[in-house]
Design a protein around this ligand. Structure first.
Ligand SMILES: NC(=O)c1ccc[n+]([C@@H]2O[C@H](COP(=O)([O-])OP(=O)(O)OC[C@H]3O[C@@H](n4cnc5c(N)ncnc54)[C@H](O)[C@@H]3O)[C@@H](O)[C@H]2O)c1
Length: 153
């Protein structure tokens, strides 16, 4: 991105607005890691507001717990949303009842995934079949996974 900024500026004069993802010291923005997940949270809140509701008290299922999904889950939880189920490529978890009535503790799931490179083995919720996440009861389903494709057969 620094290279693109540099090349563009060679032709058009210094143009820091030309591209996102620049290094901070070249005019890049802080908070990029969280930006997309934060956008999911703001967009969801705006949609709910249009229907006279808010994130607080709604029950969410999140498919995909990478950069976008984990930030969305954390920020939605902070707004009072209840994360009832989460899936990653290595597994899925439900926590509607039982251990934690407030839903999945996204902070501990995030710490777990950083340490174990995936959600598999997380013991703060009940493991479920990954595909079943699509039919779990919820108010809002948030799709945040990254399709893995075969590059060549
Ligand atoms: N990161 C961004 O700023 C950004 C911006 C715009 C759009 N997106 C889009 O958001 C989506 C997620 O991106 P990301 O940056 O979080 O990627 P990521 O690689 O950080 O996370 C993707 C996650 O999806 C999970 N996953 C893969 N297959 C799955 C499956 N079948 N079921 C459940 N989980 C599965 C992986 O375990 C991984 O945790 C992508 O489609 C991406 O193109 C991301």
């Amino acid at each position: 991105m620094a290279w693109i900024l540099d090349e563009y500026s060679n032709f058009h004069g210094y143009s820091p607005a030309v591209v996102t993802g620049k290094p901070i010291d070249l005019g890049g923005s802080l908070g990029r890691d969280a930006a997309t997940g934060r956008g999911v949270m703001f967009g969801t809140e705006a949609l709910l507001n249009e229907h006279g509701k808010s994130i607080s008290g709604q029950r969410f299922v999140i498919q995909g717990f990478g950069n976008v999904g984990s930030w969305a889950a954390k920020l939605i939880s902070e707004q009072g949303g209840k994360i009832v189920a989460v899936s990653g490529i290595t597994g899925a978890f439900l926590n509607e009842h039982g251990k934690n009535k407030d839903g999945i503790d996204t902070e501990s799931l995030l710490n777990y995934t950083k340490e174990h490179r995936g959600v598999k083995g997380f013991d703060g919720a009940h493991p479920i079949d990954a595909n079943s996440i699509l039919v779990k009861d919820c108010d809002i389903f948030v799709l945040c996974f990254f399709e893995l494709r075969k590059t060549r057969d």
